[in-house]
Design a protein around this ligand. Sequence first.
Ligand SMILES: [Fe+2]
Ligand SMILES: [Fe+2]
Length: 191
Amino acid sequence: MDYKDIKQKLQSALSPKRFIHTLGVVETGIKLANVYNVDERKAKLSALLHDCAKNIPKEKKLRLCKEYHIFLDDIMLKDIELSHSFLGAEIAKREYGIKDEDILNAIRYHTTGRKNMSKLEKIIYLADYIEPNRIPFEGLEKIRKLAFENLDEAMIFALKNTLDYVKKRNKIIHPLTIEALKSLSFNNKED
Ligand SMILES: [Fe+2]
Ligand SMILES: [Fe+2]
């Protein structure tokens, strides 16, 4: 499948709102890839497909996760929406023919993050966070600026912001998010 085919198939799988968000992530992902010397094509594909499972109805999400042997921990079982990134990676592989592991991981960890993220994973995480169609929220402008100055500092700020947001709403924090923050803080101290 070439990029055009993927884009067309994806458009029919997403709501118009989600598709517009996705195009924003593609635009921002390309810009960040150029700043940080990451393969632009990989950034484009990861961004395009990052939410490919988002609009699948809950029941079907659960069923597909079972079928594809995607492990759902207690937190994901309680908040099935969290599974869309893990399921998305699997669908990107099976339905859109993506084989590149870095692209698949960028899709897989775009919601929770994880420890030792690759540059591409960080770029997609941040592009998802700051794309131009996002409804303004506290900290957004700061992350928008930081993302183009220092990838790791932007990640640390964005992850902390997410943790605050989740805490305020009494939702459960995913351990992968804490691990992501820890590994970034640690690596940056060592520099
Ligand atoms: Fe997402
Ligand atoms: Fe997204």
